[in-house]
Ligand binder design. Structure first.
Ligand SMILES: [Cu+2]
Length: 178
C-alpha cells in the first residue's frame, strides 16, 4: 500500500470512529433516561441561547462574506484603462498573435478565440514555467489579464489536443522593456 493510500485509510477510519461516537452520544442524549422531554430543562433559557447562537452564526457568516469578497476573481479580466490589448486566435495548427510585441510592466489583456476546434493557449517564460493558460474556444472569446514583469521572449504552447499537428502549435511573442 502506498503512503497516500495508507494515509487516506487511516484518516477515513478515524473519521468513521468520530462520526460513530457522535451518533452514539446523540442517541444517548435522546434515549434511555426514562425522562419525559422537558423534565428539569429550562426551555426558556434554551430558547434564549438559541437566539444568541443564531445571531452569532449570522454575524460570523456575514464577516466571512465581507472578508473574502475582495478575493473573488470575477471582474479581474474586465477591460480597464491603460491595458495593452493582444488578440489571439488558435487555428489548426498555429497561432495568430496581434501584436506580437508588447511592453513589460503594463497590464496586458489577451482576447482569445479559435477557429473550428478548441485549443489551450498557454504562455511559458524563459525557465519553462507556465505563467497562465486559457481555453481558445470557437465562437467564444475568452479574456485574461497578465502583467509581464520581465522583458524577453515568451513561448506559447497549445495545451489542448487538437489534431495531428497539435505538437506544432508553438509560437512566441516578445515583451520589451518599458
Ligand atoms: Cu491546438
Amino acid at each position: 500500500m502506498n503512503p497516500t493510500a495508507f494515509a487516506i485509510t487511516v484518516i477515513y477510519s478515524v473519521a468513521c470512529v468520530v462520526a460513530l461516537i457522535a451518533i452514539l452520544l446523540i442517541w444517548r442524549s435522546t434515549h434511555g433516561r426514562g425522562e419525559r422531554p422537558g423534565d428539569g430543562v429550562d426551555t426558556e433559557k434554551l430558547a434564549h441561547g438559541e437566539k444568541a447562537w443564531f445571531a452569532i452564526v449570522v454575524a460570523a457568516l456575514g464577516a466571512l462574506l465581507l472578508a473574502t469578497l475582495p478575493f473573488i476573481p470575477y471582474g479581474d479580466t474586465a477591460a480597464a484603462e491603460g491595458q495593452q490589448q493582444v488578440s489571439v486566435e488558435g487555428f489548426q495548427f498555429g497561432w495568430t498573435i496581434e501584436p506580437s510585441t508588447i511592453t513589460a510592466a503594463t497590464a496586458t489583456r489577451f482576447t482569445v478565440t479559435a477557429t473550428k476546434v478548441t485549443h489551450g493557449f498557454a504562455v511559458y517564460n524563459d525557465d519553462n514555467v507556465m505563467l497562465f493558460q486559457i481555453q481558445a474556444i470557437p465562437g467564444h472569446t475568452s479574456h485574461i489579464v497578465h502583467t509581464f514583469d520581465e522583458p524577453g521572449r515568451y513561448q506559447v504552447v497549445c495545451l489542448e489536443f487538437c489534431g495531428v499537428g497539435h505538437h506544432r502549435m508553438l509560437s512566441t511573442f516578445t515583451v520589451e522593456p518599458v
